[in-house]
Design a protein around this ligand. Structure first.
Ligand SMILES: [Zn+2]
Length: 253
């Protein structure tokens, strides 16, 4: 066989593998017939003692309430298998690429390639790992003035969660994590350009009378509507739920 032929065959088998892997990753976790493992990799965004203290404080026990929340939400739509199991994985020292602040489709595609490249070098897929979700948990100082933009790839089961590094922010960090994770199985955002939840699908109780103030948030909006045009980021998953449209998008109904 000529060198050219071998090269063609190698490229072809790589392509087949990638297509198979991508299809599996898109299809199987959305069947909700078995528990998907999610591995969270802490990364310190800056060399800061408070960020280190927060990262050192993270334990698998912290993740049980989120696991329970997902199961309760799934059960409310008739899903009987626990959707996710979370664990902290190895710390990553390299910085993930920052998502573009405003993104057109071309920038989004380019970012997706860069982020996938980062994920495959930092946490290479092994035979036992390739079906797992990897979330990079980038911890910033709690008082960071930066507008922290988290992102998840719809294809590839990887997400970047930008967290604030203090125990006081921990519950909100878990809200952002749950929100991003649902993107990996097809949930769309349900907030508008200024961050207010979109009615009705971004409201936890769209039929409530009076409509305002809402007590809880729909997870794909993650905002509690106080009155028209005013909302606040929900403080904890205990005050968030998976709304009907999100449940449909992710295959729960
Ligand atoms: Zn989102």
């Amino acid at each position: 066989m000529s060198f050219r032929r071998i090269r063609q065959l190698t490229l072809l088998s790589l392509l087949v593998f990638t297509v198979a892997q991508t299809s599996y990753q898109q299809y199987v976790p959305r069947q909700w017939q078995r528990t998907t493992s999610v591995i969270l990799h802490p990364i310190a965004a800056v060399d800061d003692p408070d960020v280190q203290v927060y990262i050192d404080s993270l334990s698998d026990d912290d993740l049980r309430p989120m696991e329970k929340w997902f199961f309760e939400q799934a059960q409310s739509y008739g899903i009987t298998v626990k959707p996710y199991q979370f664990q902290w994985g190895e710390r990553v020292e390299s910085m993930p690429p920052q998502p573009p602040s405003v993104s057109n489709p071309l920038q989004a595609a380019w970012y997706s390639l860069k982020f996938r490249g980062f994920a495959s070098t930092q946490t290479p897929a092994t035979l036992t790992q390739w079906a797992k979700v990897h979330i990079y948990f980038l911890v910033h100082p709690a008082d960071s003035a930066e507008n922290l933009h988290s992102v998840a790839l719809q294809r590839g089961l990887v997400a970047l969660v930008q967290a604030r590094g203090s125990r006081l922010n921990h519950d909100q960090n878990m809200v952002i994590l749950a929100h991003e994770l649902l993107h990996t199985v097809g949930a769309t955002d349900k907030y508008d350009m200024v961050g207010n939840p979109v009615y009705p699908d971004g409201y936890a109780s769209p039929d409530q009378l009076p409509l305002y103030p809402q007590q809880m948030a729909e997870i794909s909006a993650a905002q509690v509507a106080i009155r028209p045009g005013l909302s606040k980021l929900v403080d904890s998953l205990q005050n968030a739920k998976v709304g009907k449209l999100t449940a449909t998008e992710i295959g729960w109904r």
